[in-house]
Write a protein that binds this ligand. Sequence first.
Ligand SMILES: [Zn+2]
Length: 113
Amino acid sequence: MSLPDDIAFSLHPRCPVCRKGRLFKPWSISVVDKCAECGANLGAHDVGDGASVFLIFLLGATLVPSAWFFDKAFSPPLWVHAILWTVVGLCIIALVLPAVKAYIILLEFRHRK
Ligand SMILES: [Zn+2]
């Protein structure tokens, strides 16, 4: 229950009960209904749009200033901005969204009893 453990859990999402079974369905961030290892009912935990909203705020606070500084420093054509920031945004979403969702599920599991 320490911060390093929570970060490790978020980066490698597993069942919050046994820490062995999968938390997400393969190639998805949908939560499995039951843990394959311990049978814990994981489908009951619904984080809603919490992880997505967090990422929207994170991306808005980081990508917009980054794009502004990039434009002031290099003055690239508009199509470079369109491609660059779309790719950067999608990469950040692919890397961070599963971790944020796993962390919210861990917190929900820990505090809902
Ligand atoms: Zn389990």
